[in-house]
Design a protein around this ligand. Structure first.
Ligand code: SAM
Length: 290
């Protein structure tokens, strides 16, 4: 029996045999810690009726574990040099489909229809390339794909921002976007030694469980997120100052009264506001035509 792909010796062997060289620009840090893989797999709650979408399989450390735990794995890898390596390393699994693709350019709704029609629920599970973490997460959330949960390894600081509650420095538009669609939970923190090569930041695994309905109801999501972005535009400014970019400076008095009517003091900072408060302000701004 072969050792797991994630075993440091096997990873080194695969890399050496194929003469593979890591591309830092693609965020290539491969997992070599099977305890961390155990935690990722447990957090995703997979079984043989379910499917898994993996983004960036690398040489297949996580893919192999997903193949063992789920009914079907679809893995999207941008680096064409890895495709033959993955096919060889995963040749003993018949439920893995490796696709050479950039996740940001992939039609995910079509992929779902083509690949997961028979799966009773799908999880996205990935050790994400850190240079594109936020665009990937935002794409998964905004497209309202039928995912049950998203279990991802990200930079520790990004995991903290996703899970942050109002009142701290970490809380911002990413926290609001994630928490609007999902309930976040930190699974574990991960030292850099769990990867080859070791990155120069700490990492964490976070689970985002998709809500059946968004956390707050808003008339127009695009507008709601515009309001959130405007509110955080300059973190040291007050809410009224930041939001005056939407209302126009000449209506600032009216804007302050409107915030008061929502039960929000105009001199508060965006980082102290809950999702509910943002939703209330958004509705009032829309009603006032601001
Ligand atoms: N899953 C492997 C593991 O845990 O060992 C590798 C993780 S590594 C942090 C990130 C992987 O994502 C790399 O294999 C990289 O080539 C791939 N990647 C980077 N950008 C991508 C993109 N836009 N679409 C798909 N894969 C991408």
């Amino acid at each position: 029996i072969q050792p797991a792909i994630a075993a440091a010796g096997r990873t080194k062997d695969i890399i050496r045999r194929h003469g593979f060289t890591f591309k830092k620009s693609l965020g290539q840090n491969f997992l070599i810690d099977s305890n961390i893989l155990d935690k990722i797999i447990a957090a995703a709650g997979l079984d043989k009726a379910r499917g898994a979408l993996e983004i960036g399989p690398g040489i297949g450390a996580l893919t192999e574990r997903l193949a063992q735990a789920s009914g079907k794995v679809v893995a999207l890898e941008i680096d064409n040099r890895l495709i033959p390596i993955l096919r060889e390393a995963l040749s003993s699994y018949d439920n893995v489909n490796v696709i050479h693709a950039d996740v940001l350019k992939t039609d995910l709704h079509r992929l779902w229809e083509e690949q997961f029609a028979e799966s009773a629920g799908v999880s996205v599970v990935a050790n994400l390339p850190y240079y594109v973490t936020t665009p990937i997460i935002m794409k998964l959330l905004e497209q309202r794909l039928p995912v049950e949960n998203i279990v991802v390894m990200v930079q520790k600081e990004v995991a903290e921002r996703m899970a942050a509650k109002p009142g701290g420095k970490e809380y911002g538009s990413l926290s609001i976007a994630v928490q609007y669609y999902c309930a976040p939970e930190l699974v574990c923190t991960v030292p850099s030694g769990a990867f080859m090569p070791a990155p120069n930041v700490d990492s964490a695994v976070i689970r985002l469980t998709r809500r059946s309905e968004p956390a707050v109801s808003v008339p127009d999501e695009g507008r709601f997120f515009q309001v959130v972005h405007a509110a955080f535009a300059q973190r040291r400014k007050t809410l009224a100052n930041n939001l005056s970019s939407l209302s126009g400076k000449e209506r600032k008095g009216e804007l302050s009264a409107l915030l008061e009517s929502c039960g929000v003091k105009p001199e508060r900072r965006a980082e102290t506001l809950s999702l509910e408060e943002f939703a209330r302000i958004d509705a009032a701004l829309a009603a006032a035509g601001m």
